[in-house]
Design a protein around this ligand. Sequence first.
Ligand code: HEC
Length: 258
Amino acid sequence: MLWTFFGRFHPATVHFPIAMLSVAALVEFLQIIRRRPGLAPATFTLTLVGLVSAVLATLMGIANAGGKHHHDLIETHRWAGIVTTVAAAAAMALVFKARAGQGAIVNAARGSIFLAMILVSVTGHWGGAITLPGYYDVWSKVEVLQKPSEGPVDFIRDIAPIIQASCFSCHGGDKSGKNGKGGLLLTTKALAMKGGDGGACIVPGKPGDSSFYTLLIAKNPKERMPDKAKPLPPEQIDKVYRWIEKGALWPDGFEFKK
Ligand code: HEC
């Protein structure tokens, strides 16, 4: 309870390490331009506050991330946050060593501050994307909802029209009703559940194990479904996810219109 409450402050706290490390980087950048041999007086405090707030923000972020999500973006963001914190700690150590020194150690400290600043910016950018209701995943180039939406999913109302419009041209069979692409026919419940050349593609309750879902968000456009077309809109991807998660109910006897 307290842990979750603590996590709520993550979005507010993250601005602290971003600001502190950016200012530290700027201050040191000015030192370089002015050809000052040592670190600026403010750098020690800026880096220290940057590190402490990075540690806090990371802990809060981990507390905040509980619950389900569609994608590995949160996972990536979490690791980026941890790596950034380690980099900030390394920068702090170097700044501490370089605080009265000159030469190589000062350069190392400056370099580590720049690195920490870049990492914290990248991490923050990723984090910002997570707060959007639908975000564009730069890796897969597919837009997906960050969290599954709520409300019931009905096969006939929500899923069948997607299959009909976006999958049937290749997985509806030829004139004889056979030969779906990849060995997969989506014409009946039995055939859909049997799957294609790769075996079952719908594992009720497990969208992550169902290629019927995972191929919609595949990183490689050559693997992604629908083949040779734009990715499905995020709302449709979300519906497929939730349909499978809720058990992939498909009423017996349902038939597609030819
Ligand atoms: C333009 C044709 C085309 C469209 C449209 C299409 N697919 Fe496919 N699909 C293919 C081809 C071709 C393969 C085989 C790919 C391979 O084996 O590399 C395939 C394979 C698959 C597989 C894997 C089958 C297996 O067992 O290997 C799944 C699951 C799948 N498609 C789902 C879908 C879904 C869901 C849609 C609609 C959102 C869709 N496809 C739309 C052409 C298409």
